[in-house]
Design a protein around this ligand. Structure first.
Ligand code: FAD
Ligand code: NAG
Ligand code: NAG
Ligand code: NAG
Ligand code: NAG
Ligand code: NAG
Ligand code: NAG
Length: 517
């Protein structure tokens, strides 16, 4: 009897799901939207997460070719009360481009690739299916540029396991534009021009009920505010209009390495980077410290990556105050050239034209910390962090890196933007630190979480309980406690109120998003 009831229930559930898919298929095909469903041969490929820590099965992956089709797809999903998400580059660290959990309708943006560069008012209209390399090429063809990410941890020199690992997760020019700027968008030009989201003048957005609207300072200004820092929770951005800048006349990419620093030298490299940042570092300098496992216990490797966009003859003098605090390098590579050469060098070994680039995968966990300019890391925190990297970092069973990115310094355009003018929550940041721990293949080991939690704790345990730090949404962490506060800061109440007004049915819902109360 019980078995019969269960069977009956199973049949009812199965037919409800089938009905759901049929309705969805009908609604999508009525608008000519092609989609891949779980029974289709290509489903496994189109639903694969970049981070193989996640295996996710969406209800369907739709491939709209126009804004009207994006609207139709969102409306079709909303009508069935499905969770709807956009996927642009698909490189969310927690597979949010697939919904972050089973059952979402994925709206893949890869067919929307128009780019129009307008010299009349120094803007560009960019559809969100474009990847950064293609955007950089199109702008550069007109002598223009905009701030965006780089993949500086793709090392060009060595052939070790780490290098292969970083190279295999592909250059950031290959991830898509929108989500990067929807949440931030940091690169080595950001101290000159700001984050990618800071140059967005207007956008076309499909809301949760399928309505297509514009957003700018004058039209739907609340939405315009929200998408610059939290776009995935508010709509599917189909295009953005960005301000462009003259491409700098020259650029120098730098890559210095120090093998096997001891704990105190590693700590000093961070302390003096912090001191250097507090001086008048010109905005034309972008830089970050990249730490990786040393060759024995008590040691850690350091790579200093960056780019200089100012006059070439000023480069050495600008950098000397920092370099003079460090021992002699193990190797020092300088790549002088044009602006687009620098974008290519930073993207290498990937090319900038991503149209034929195959997608790559990895299995990893990421955490982040954004340190406040007004309260930089304490000496005790830096020492504990360096100690952790040289001891636990050596015995770790997972591959790892820790990357200390320079956001601040007195002349930084990132921090010149008034805090409340966009939804991005951390305008007082000195460093954004990205911590990554990866395994060769799934399943991801529990030891990787413990190792990375310990690395972040080494810093936090040596700061006051009320330390005003944050975390970076583009380095999104699904295991973070107090995530709303750390990601959205003082903007969270306004974001929640806007979510209730703009997406009352919570159509765009996924882990760590802004939710309807
Ligand atoms: C190799 C590598 C290098 C990186 N380097 C940098 C860097 O230098 N600087 C930096 O800031 N970040 C960097 N990142 C992080 C990167 O910015 C984030 O992973 C970003 O989310 C990737 O964007 P995506 O479009 O590929 O993501 P997706 O997985 O497609 O989407 C991420 C989130 O945005 C939503 N979304 C996607 N498209 C849209 C849209 N059109 N409208 C609204 N919401 C949308 C998705 O639903 C999801 O919630 C790097 C990542 C990788 C893998
Ligand atoms: C599956 O993907 C391949 C390669 O992208 C493509 O050529 C083929 O048309 C796809 N098949 C279906 C049924 O969509
Ligand atoms: C379709 O499925 C979703 C998710 O399982 C459910 O919430 C929704 O109510 C279903 N819609 C219909 C019309 O059955
Ligand atoms: C720039 O020019 C285009 C085309 O004339 C126009 O549509 C757009 O609104 C302008 N943008 C700004 C920010 O002035
Ligand atoms: C900067 O210094 C490096 C070596 O320290 C030297 O090779 C390079 O020519 C110098 N660059 C300039 C522009 O002076
Ligand atoms: C990128 O390559 C494709 C095909 O190889 C080509 O059609 C396209 O024009 C290239 N794009 C740019 C910006 O060079
Ligand atoms: C769609 O949602 C927006 C934001 O909530 C609302 O202003 C608009 O009236 C809605 N449109 C329709 C057709 O319901």
């Amino acid at each position: 009897m019980a078995a019969f009831l269960l069977l009956n229930l199973a049949v009812i559930l199965l037919s409800a799901v089938a009905q759901n898919i049929t309705d969805l298929q009908n609604a999508l095909s009525a608008h000519g939207v092609s989609a891949v469903y779980p029974t289709d041969e290509n489903f496994t490929i189109v639903s694969q997460a970049f981070n193989r820590r996640f295996t996710i099965s969406p209800i369907a992956v739709a491939f709209p070719t126009s804004v009207a089709q994006v609207s139709a797809a969102v409306a079709a999903g909303a009508a069935q009360n499905l969770e709807v998400v956009a996927r642009s580059g698909g490189h969310s660290y927690i597979a949010n481009g697939l919904g972050g959990k089973d059952g979402a309708l994925v709206v893949d943006m890869s067919k929307l690739k128009a780019i129009t560069v307008r010299s009349s008012n120094d803007t560009a209209l960019i559809e969100t299916g474009n990847r950064l390399g293609d955007v950089a090429l199109a702008l550069n063809a007109k002598g223009r540029a905009m701030p965006h990410g780089t993949c500086s941890y793709v090392s060009r020199g060595g052939g070790n396991r780490r290098t292969q690992w970083y190279a295999s997760i592909e250059s950031s020019v290959n991830y898509e534009l929108n989500a990067a700027l929807g949440y931030g968008g940091f690169g080595f030009t950001s101290r000159i021009w700001g984050l990618a989201l800071d140059v967005v003048k207007s956008a076309t957005v499909v809301l949760g009920n399928g309505t297509v609207v514009s957003a700018s300072a004058n039209v739907n200004s609340d939405l315009y505010w929200a998408i610059r820092g939290a776009s995935p929770s508010f709509g599917i951005v189909t295009s953005i209009e960005v301000q462009t800048f003259p491409a700098p006349p020259s650029a120098i990419v730098l890559e210095y390495t120090w093998n096997d620093l001891d704990m105190s030298t590693a700590a000093d490299s961070i302390t003096s980077f912090q001191t250097f940042a507090a001086t008048n570092v010109p905005p034309e300098l972008g830089a970050e410290l990249l730490f990786t496992k040393g060759s024995s216990s008590g040691k850690v490797n350091l790579q200093l990556n960056g780019a200089w966009y100012g006059a070439p003859e000023l480069f050495n003098a600008t950098f000397a105050p920092y370099l003079n605090t460090l021992p002699a390098t193990s190797s020092a590579n300088i790549f002088p050239g044009s602006y687009i050469d620098s974008v290519m060098t930073l993207a290498s070994p990937q090319g900038l034209n991503t149209s034929a680039a195959p997608d790559e995968f990895d299995t990893f966990y990421t955490k982040s910390l954004m340190t406040p300019s007004a309260a930089p890391m304490s000496a005790a925190a830096i020492e504990a962090f360096a100690t952790y990297m040289t001891t636990e970092g050596f015995s770790s069973t997972t591959e790892w890196f820790a990357e200390v990115e320079l956001y601040g310094g007195s002349a930084s355009a990132i921090n010149a933007v008034p805090l409340d003018s966009t939804a991005f929550a951390k305008r007082d940041t000195l460093f954004t630190i990205q911590f990554v721990s990866a395994s060769a293949a799934p399943p991801y080991p529990a030891a990787g979480f413990t190792f990375l939690d310990g690395m972040v704790a080494s810093i936090l345990n040596n700061e006051p309980a009320d330390w005003n730090y944050g975390t970076y949404l583009n380095y999104i962490d699904d295991r973070l406690l107090n995530a709303a506060n750390l990601y959205y800061g003082t903007h969270y109440p306004r974001l929640k109120a806007l979510k209730a007004a703009l997406d009352p049915k919570d159509t765009f819902r996924f882990p760590v998003g802004v939710t309807v109360a």
